[in-house]
Design a binder for this molecule. Structure first.
Ligand code: ZN
Length: 697
């Protein structure tokens, strides 16, 4: 492993930060980012670092502190405020205690803070406080884990790294580990660093560079040892014949299988609520497919994770099924086994902690790939990265004929349910967390409002429209506000292949869909006398056939997933109160409305609800002007002798509530249905300020 230290970059960055945070924290920030830049050292919030310095008090004194990485910060992107100062004189006496549970420890850490709003420091803060060196780096290096996750792990680490390195057996992170590390350091104050078996590495130095480069030196030594071990081992076994599909074949199988997996994770239709939905992210590159097909891959995959830090995201083991047909049975078995595991250890559950759902986060299917589940795409991505690391490191050990041995079950439970570990998963409280939606006509005025409302409520949204600038503008604007949850999908609702492909793209990204909002529509102004057949057919293709194709594809998706779903058709008040000169629009929208009512009859047995929202006169939404009004507005303005503002006012004045109807209002009506506030299907909700003629009957 190469050192990433660069004197010029370091000098630039520390010079820039110096004024705001002082020299020690500036160096700490630079070196921590280097540690965080190597996935082989730390992944997703793993690892931490510290520096000891002096901190001013309100009364003008200066007291010794340790600045420790706070939870919620990733080392790779850390800023100076990511290391929070803790007053050492409050922490050091704690070493005299016999025991200190996580909750009490967090209390003590928070008492030592200078800022009541500061995030809670890392679970390993006391280790940083109790060890005397100024700079300390702690990582969960892959190479160190490969040395120590084996039956003779501690002995192997000593052989690989030499006598100058302390090797501690596994000790539960928190107070027990901090105390053990301090005692070991006191016995060998000249040691180069400290291996924490089945956990990671701690190094130190007088300067940030010394501590960081010590990590690099020890990891390099470990890598060299592993390299020699691999060279000396017998030739690796080969994957089972025919079990590694070509990548495009694996992708095809994934698209077919992912909705099944989402379905079994959600539970059985139709009584399923919306609170247990997961987003799935795929992991199906060549090395992964190959590893899944190796002899013994299943046993290896089911062994405990490389480090306890991974527990909270990966759970103690993945779900392995040989065939997608076994998924339902596999998930039920998994849940049973997980509940038995938590029951065996429930007496150790920290006060106030709740047991997690008994569902797997990683699903492995040889020949298909891996699926990683999270309540958000971002969370599922973190699961995916950790799962990949586990698979490949264990695979490399197997290739060198080294037996793998991870932590025992009790330690796994302690880490999965540690107070500070649970804090890493900020349970999303948004009503549509884990849900996925496809909106058609997303780049129009109402489309913007629909997408924005769904996104604001935690949903992942596939925003589909014809390819072009309007769709790009929407994607840029909404992705910036809701990173990772907006997927632009170029789709033509009049083309069956394009609709199928659009649903496929959403499945590849998130595993399937829960909510479908057919919203794409066209308008045309002409009296029946002069209405051209081709103009009518153009509207028919989008408003009727487009709705039909989307409903067809949605029905197939919901049937495959088997966990319910919601369709909300954006209808119009014209279905109930048609307007003169508006025949093509009113008739085609009425047909679409009727199709949705049919869908409510046909899909109810699947637990799918189909409802309609009927707005009146929405002029704009987000950055989009209404296409309908671009078509209709000028004629209406001319007929009534009004300008645009005047026309908007005219529509406001004609409803009972004198309300101006916005795209956001339409979004909220959709939200009402898809959050399943009432047991309702086949219903129409007007969003029009009250138009007695248009009240659905
Ligand atoms: Zn650690």
């Amino acid at each position: 492993m190469k050192s990433l230290w660069n004197d010029r970059v370091a000098a630039d960055m520390t010079a820039r930060l110096l004024e705001s945070c002082g020299e020690p924290l500036a160096w700490r920030t630079y070196a921590s980012r280097l540690l965080g830049a190597s996935p082989a050292l730390v992944l997703h919030g793993g690892g931490n670092s510290s520096v000891k310095t002096a901190w001013p008090t309100l009364t003008g004194e200066s007291v010794p502190v340790v600045c420790v990485k706070a939870s919620g910060w990733d080392l790779g992107a850390i800023e100076p405020e990511g290391h929070v100062p803790l007053e050492l004189s409050r922490l050091l006496p704690l070493i005299r205690l016999e025991a200190l549970d996580d909750g009490a420890m967090v209390n003590q850490l928070r008492l030592a803070l200078f800022d009541h709003q500061a995030p809670t420091p890392s679970l390993e803060a006391l280790l940083h406080a109790f060890l005397p060196p100024i700079f300390i780096d702690h990582c969960h290096s892959e190479a160190i884990l490969a040395l120590t996750n084996r039956p003779d792990g501690e002995e192997t680490a000593r052989r690989a790294l030499g006598p100058g390195v302390i090797v501690l057996p596994y000790v539960r992170p928190g107070f027990p580990l901090a105390k053990a590390a301090a005692a070991a350091f006191a016995a060998h104050p000249d040691a180069e660093g400290m291996v924490l078996a089945r956990h990671g590495l701690v190094t130190w130095g007088k300067t940030a560079r010394e501590s960081y480069e010590s990590t690099i030196a020890l990891v390099s030594r470990a890598e060299a040892f592993l390299g020699r071990e691999l060279e000396a081992s017998p030739p690796s076994p080969v994957p089972q014949v025919g079990a590694v599909p070509a990548l495009d074949e694996a992708e095809r199988r994934y698209r077919e299988t992912a909705p099944l997996v989402r379905g079994v994770l959600c539970g059985e239709a139709p009584e399923v609520g919306i609170s247990h939905r997961f987003v799935l992210r795929p992991l199906l590159d060549e090395p992964v497919l190959r590893q899944l097909a190796m002899p013994g891959a299943r046993e290896l995959a089911l062994s405990p994770p490389l480090t306890a830090d991974h527990l909270v995201r990966l759970k103690p083991w993945p779900l392995w099924v040989e065939d997608p047909a076994q998924l339902a049975e596999g998930v039920a078995d998994y849940a049973r086994r997980y509940q038995e595991y938590t029951a065996r250890h429930a007496h150790r559950l920290p006060t106030g902690a709740r047991l997690a759902d008994p569902l797997p986060r990683v699903i492995m299917i040889p020949g298909v790939g891996m699926m990683c589940a999270g309540r958000t795409a971002q969370e599922a991505d973190a699961v995916r990265d950790l799962a990949e690391q586990n698979l490949l490191v264990k695979g490399a050990m197997a290739a060198a004929s080294v037996p793998y041995q991870g932590l025992d079950e009790g330690h796994l439970f302690d880490m999965e349910y540690g107070v500070t570990q649970l804090a890493k998963l900020h349970a999303p409280s948004q009503p549509l967390a884990g849900s996925t939606a496809l909106v058609t006509g997303a780049a129009g005025a109402i489309g913007w409002g629909l997408c924005e409302t769904l996104l604001q409520n935690g949903c992942h949204v596939a925003a589909s429209d014809l390819p072009g600038e309007r769709l790009n503008d929407l994607a840029v604007a909404l992705s910036a506000r809701h990173p990772g949850r907006l997927l632009p999908v170029a789709m033509d609702v009049t083309d069956p292949a394009s609709v199928r492909q659009g649903f496929g793209v959403a499945t590849d990204a998130w595993g399937g869909l829960d909510i479908v909002v057919p919203n794409a529509g066209l308008a045309h102004v002409a009296g029946l006398e002069e209405l051209e057949l081709e103009a009518f057919r153009r509207l028919h293709r989008v408003n009727v056939e487009g709705t039909l194709l989307v409903l067809t594809e949605a029905s197939r998706m919901f049937r495959r997933q088997g966990c319910g779903g919601d369709v909300v058709l954006i209808s119009t008040k014209n279905v109930f109160a048609p307007g003169a000169q508006f025949g093509a629009y009113s008739a085609t929208k009425a047909a679409a409305h009727q199709l949705a009512r049919i869908a409510s009859l046909e899909l109810a047995p699947l637990g799918v609800r189909v409802n309609m929202v009927a707005p009146d006169a929405v002029f704009s939404g987000g950055a989009a002007r209404s296409g309908l009004w671009a078509e209709v507005g000028p004629g209406r303005m001319k007929a009534r002798g009004l300008d645009e503002k005047g026309l908007e006012e005219y529509y406001r004045q004609r409803n009972l509530l004198k309300a101006r109807v916005t795209a956001e209002h339409v979004g909220r009506a959709v939200l009402f249905f898809v959050t399943r506030q009432t047991p309702t299907t086949g219903a129409t909700l007007p969003v029009d300020g009250g138009l007695p003629d248009a009240t659905p009957r």
